[in-house]
Design a binder for this molecule. Structure first.
Ligand code: HEC
Length: 181
C-alpha cells in the first residue's frame, strides 16, 4: 500500500501521469514490448509460419524483386500473345509454367525482417506480415490459376484463362503491394 502511494507520487512528481507515452510505473506490471527487428541477426518472428529473418536481408530482398520482375516479363509475353489471333501456344505454355513455378515458391519470399521496417526500398506492404492468412490465400489463388493457364492447349482456352490469372495478380497487389511510381 505504502509502495503504491509512493510510486504514484513519484510519477506525479516526474510529470508522467498525464502523458500516455511515459514509462510505466515501477509498481505496475510491465507489458512485453514488441520491438521491430532492426538487424539481420535478431529473431523477431512472432509466428513460426512467417519464417526467421534471412542472414543477408538486402540480398534476399533483391532476389525477391528480381523474381517479380521476371514474373512481369513472362506476363508481358502472355499479354503480347493475347493480341494475336493465333497465339504462339509453346510460348504461352512456357511463360505460364514459369509463373506457376514462381507462384509455388512465393510464400517463402516474405520472411521476418524483409518488409518496410528493413529500411530498404520495397513495394511490399506491412500487411503481408500482419495478415499472413489473407496473403497466403492470394498466393494459393495465383498457384491455381497459373496452373490452369500452364495447362491450356488452345487459343480459346488461353484467352479465357488469361484474364482470370491476371486477376489474381491484381487481387494481391491491391492489398499487399505499394506501387511507387
Ligand atoms: C500473393 C501476392 C502477389 C501475387 C499473387 C502477385 N504479386 Fe506481384 N508483387 C507482390 C508484392 C508484395 C510485390 C512487391 C515486392 C517487393 O517490392 O519486394 C510485387 C511486385 C511485383 C512487380 C514489381 C517488380 C518491380 O520491378 O518492382 C511485378 C512486375 C509483379 N509483382 C508482377 C506480378 C504478376 C504479373 C503477377 C501475377 C502473375 C503477380 N505479380 C502476382 C505480390 C504479389
Amino acid at each position: 500500500m505504502k509502495m503504491k502511494l509512493f510510486a504514484t507520487a513519484a510519477i506525479m512528481a516526474l510529470g508522467l501521469a498525464a502523458c500516455g507515452g511515459g514509462e510505466p510505473a515501477p509498481a505496475e506490471p510491465t507489458p512485453v514490448a514488441e520491438a521491430p527487428a532492426p538487424a539481420p541477426e535478431v529473431t523477431p518472428a512472432a509466428t513460426t509460419e512467417i519464417g526467421a529473418a534471412p542472414a543477408d536481408i538486402p540480398a534476399f530482398m533483391k532476389m525477391r524483386h528480381d523474381n517479380y520482375e521476371d514474373i512481369g516479363k513472362n506476363m508481358k509475353v502472355l499479354q503480347d500473345n493475347m493480341k494475336l489471333d493465333a497465339p504462339d501456344m509453346a510460348a504461352v505454355t512456357a511463360a505460364a509454367t514459369k509463373i506457376k513455378g514462381y507462384a509455388d515458391q512465393m510464400a517463402t519470399w516474405f520472411p521476418a525482417g524483409t518488409g518496410p521496417e528493413s529500411g530498404i526500398k520495397t513495394e511490399a506492404k506491412a500487411e503481408i506480415w500482419t495478415d499472413r492468412a489473407t496473403f497466403d490465400a492470394a498466393v494459393v489463388k495465383l498457384q491455381e490459376e497459373s496452373g490452369k493457364l500452364a495447362a491450356v492447349t488452345d487459343a480459346a482456352a488461353f484467352k479465357a484463362q488469361f484474364p482470370v490469372t491476371g486477376g489474381t495478380c491484381k487481387g494481391c497487389h491491391d492489398k499487399f503491394r505499394q506501387e511507387d511510381k
